[in-house]
Each structure stands twice: as structure tokens, then as C-alpha cells.
Design a protein. Structure first.
Length: 316
């Protein structure tokens, strides 16, 4: 297994996953300054012209940080492109990320050769998120540099396969970079991801309960107060299966134990459409490890401390 040089010098082997609405420049910049990859979905920048402004700000502030702190430079950042056919903004957003030469591109809900070719053209790296081995083969065949294995327990649009089974199947044929997603909210879990065959942990829900996250105070408090038993897996919200906080389903007038099964073809990521996330909040199963709303820097410090302690326990 080998990581590209861009990802070898992280403080912690981790990528903060791009979260709809929640991930904005404030969160990304804080994550990168703390030493892990920060990321956001291109669709969070609304209207579309704002994407250029966000990328300019992120690159500028991280550049200033690096000039002031050459001894601990910021980690690289990533932009997530939804490549599902319903995303009418894809080609516009791709042109902007190519122009800014974004170091890392994450693709979701489909694999597109033109996205990988365009990113490769300036030396960028692409990771595609998948929920099974079949999708992994398709993504690599179409030109993705690496994979994000979205296993059972992940927040948002998650898979159902055990991380151990999923990583084993992929590692039988793929030796490139893999990040693992699925209930990772502690340093112990970061180390477990590496032991299972991943190169990086992919962490989302824990960052919702940070001061820099663009999330309602109630959302952050619910993450702190909840645990794995409060997560419901359903495709009733967007048409694609994902994990959501039970209290928000109830608050929206839904019965979490009797949800309809929706048609995945009706999914729509056109600008302004995915409103469900504003009232029905996503979360992974790992939030039992989240005990307080913290600054990003403090959360990364906790994760690093736990990660190093786990390594010492195993004499690694």
C-alpha cells in the first residue's frame, strides 16, 4: 500500500469528510490547520459563483498559515464533486476546481472519466467513494487514483458491508490509496482502520459537533447526546440509503420504524434541491465517542492522543 506524497505528512492519517451544509471554509481551514485533510462539497457554495470565492479564500488562508508556521504547515484540502447525472453544476464546478488546481478531488454517486482526466491533467489526486467491491472496480477502471470505502455505520449515504469484509475484498486486487469511512470518531478507530487495510480514516460526524461547523446548535447538541442506537438507516430521505438521527425523523412527522422505500432514480442534486438535510440530520454510528462541542483543533488533538495511546498499547 502506498500513499501519494501529498498525503504522507499528515498529523493524523485522516481526511475530514465533506458534509452537505455543514462543511464550509471555516471548517475546512480549521481542519487543515489542525493537520488533517479538510474537505467540502462543491454544492455547498451557493450560488455557483461562490465556489471560486471559497477556493480563493481557503488557498489564501492556508498559504498565510504556512508562511507563518513553516514548522507545521497545513494539510491539503479537498473538494467533493457529486457526479450523479442530476447534478447540473458538475461541469461548471469541475472547471473551477481545475482552474484552482485543487490538490484532492473526492467524487461521489457515480464515477466519471472526464473528472478524473481533468484532475490528473494538473497533477491532482482523485478518490472515489464506494459502498461495495463492484463499484470499486468501476471507479478504478474509469481512472480514479484511490477509493473511499464507505462501510456500515457511516454518516450520510452509507453502505451496509462490514469494513473488514469490504477492505479485504478491495485489497485482494488494489494496492492504491484507500480511506475508510464508517463510525470512526476516536483515535482507536483511526488505528483500527489502518490495521484493517486502509491508509487513512475518513471522519465526518464527529466534526459536526465542532465550533467551526456550519450546523445548528441543536444539531451539535444532538450529536453529543446521541449514540449508535439513535441512528436510522433509510432511503426515504433522498432516494439513496443513508444514516440519520432518529429524533429529527420524528420531529419531521415520520415514523422511524415504518419509513417508505423510495425510488433511487428520483434523487435530485440540482441547485437548491436537497433540502432534507436542513431538517432531517445525518449522522454516523460512531457518535457515542463525541462528548462535547469542541474547536476543531481540540478534536484533532483528542483523536491524535487516542491514536498514539492505542499504538503504545499494541507496541506499534
Amino acid at each position: 500500500m502506498s500513499l501519494p506524497p501529498l498525503l504522507r505528512t499528515l498529523r493524523l492519517p485522516a481526511i475530514a469528510s465533506p458534509m452537505f451544509i455543514v462543511s464550509t471554509p471555516d471548517l475546512v481551514i480549521a481542519q487543515c490547520k489542525a493537520g488533517i485533510v479538510g474537505s467540502f462539497p462543491a454544492l455547498n457554495a451557493r450560488p455557483a459563483a461562490m465556489l471560486d470565492e471559497w477556493l480563493t479564500r481557503i488557498a489564501g488562508e492556508l498559504g498565510e498559515h504556512n508562511a507563518r508556521h513553516p514548522e507545521r504547515p497545513a494539510a491539503p484540502f479537498a473538494v467533493n464533486h457529486i457526479v450523479h447525472r442530476s447534478n447540473a453544476r458538475l461541469m461548471h464546478d469541475l472547471e473551477v476546481t481545475v482552474r484552482h488546481q485543487v490538490p484532492l478531488i473526492i467524487t461521489s454517486l457515480g464515477a466519471r472519466e472526464e473528472v478524473y482526466a481533468a484532475t490528473r491533467g494538473y497533477g491532482g489526486i482523485t478518490l472515489h467513494d464506494i459502498i461495495n467491491d463492484g463499484f470499486a472496480h468501476k471507479a478504478i477502471a474509469k481512472g480514479a487514483d484511490g477509493l473511499i470505502a464507505v462501510a456500515a455505520g457511516a454518516g450520510g449515504h452509507a453502505g451496509t458491508t462490514s469494513p473488514f469484509a469490504l477492505l479485504h475484498e478491495i485489497r485482494e486486487w488494489f494496492d492504491g490509496p484507500i480511506a475508510l469511512s464508517g463510525a470512526i470518531a476516536s483515535g482507536d478507530a483511526v488505528l483500527a482502520a489502518l490495521a484493517a487495510g486502509a491508509d487513512l480514516a475518513y471522519i465526518g460526524s464527529a466534526f459536526i459537533a465542532t465550533e467551526e461547523a456550519n450546523a445548528a446548535a441543536d444539531y451539535k447538541a444532538m450529536i453529543v447526546a446521541s449514540a449508535a442506537g439513535d441512528i436510522v438507516y433509510t432511503n426515504a430521505i433522498t432516494g439513496v440509503h443513508g444514516n440519520y438521527l432518529r429524533p429529527t425523523l420524528i420531529r419531521a412527522g415520520l415514523d422511524p420504524d415504518n419509513l417508505p422505500v423510495n425510488d433511487p432514480s428520483k434523487m435530485n442534486f440540482a441547485e437548491g434541491k436537497p433540502k432534507a438535510w436542513k431538517d432531517i440530520w445525518g449522522s454516523g454510528q460512531g457518535i457515542g465517542a463525541v462528548k462535547a462541542v469542541l474547536p476543531v483543533a481540540a478534536l484533532v488533538e483528542r483523536l491524535e492522543r487516542e491514536y498514539l495511546a492505542a499504538r503504545r498499547r499494541l507496541a506499534l
